[in-house]
Design a protein around this ligand. Structure first.
Ligand code: IMP
Ligand code: MG
Length: 193
């Protein structure tokens, strides 16, 4: 185990097994209709690349980058980048894939944005869900694991850009989960008391 990890929440084998099962549920629910799979950069890259290999529907893969403002006055507004081409959204059935549902702002904002850009259907899919952290009302259709309120890394999830390459999902040791005071607070971090 990496020395910055306090404990492993989900092993590589558990993750792979769960992804196969989530993919089977997606295939059952959405059938074999054409799909645009949109991964949210950077955290969902590992998850989405494993997930699509279990899906049989004819699909296109695209990515979006979303940063949300957390200053309270503009909550819910997202800065978006790398948006898919209009033809990948307009009239399409979209599977929006993120690493983790935390406050819910990113997913909620992206779902609204995709409908505004003409998507016929948007289905949310996250590997992890931290229901206790939710601040906006949003339900996603497909969830890998529901987890406690802890800052987790690995399998695509980062802290200050690191740990995405760990093959498992682990809780970061608290002494590794702080940033210098003049740095911005990373998204999803629960401020220390
Ligand atoms: P939101 O709060 O639901 O909008 O989540 C925003 C983003 O915060 C997610 O897409 C993740 O990239 C990040 N995030 C939230 N919780 C964690 C965590 O425990 N570890 C790493 N990233 C997280
Ligand atoms: Mg993210």
């Amino acid at each position: 185990m990496h020395p910055a990890i306090d404990r492993i929440l989900h092993t590589e084998a558990e993750i792979q097994e769960r992804i196969a099962s989530v993919a089977a549920t997606i295939s059952q629910r959405l059938g074999g209709e054409p799909l645009t799979v949109i991964g949210v950069l950077n955290g969902a890259v590992v998850f989405v690349s494993d997930l699509i290999r279990h899906l049989d529907a004819p699909l296109e893969l695209a990515f979006v980058s979303a940063s949300s403002y957390r200053d309270g006055t503009t909550s819910g507004s997202l800065e978006l980048d790398f948006l898919p081409a209009p033809k990948q959204i307009e009239g399409r059935r979209v599977l929006l894939v993120d690493d983790i549902l935390d406050t819910g702002r990113t997913m909620k904002g992206l779902v609204a944005e995709l409908y505004a850009r003409g998507a016929a259907e948007v289905h949310g899919c996250v590997l992890l869900d931290k229901p206790s952290r939710r601040v906006v009302d949003i339900d996603v259709d497909f969830v890998g694991f529901s987890i406690e309120d802890a800052f987790v890394v690995g399998y695509g999830l980062d802290f200050a850009g690191l740990y995405r390459n760990l093959p498992y999902i682990g809780v970061l040791k608290s002494e590794h989960a702080t940033v210098p005071a003049d740095d911005a607070e990373p998204p999803g971090t629960t401020p220390s008391p």
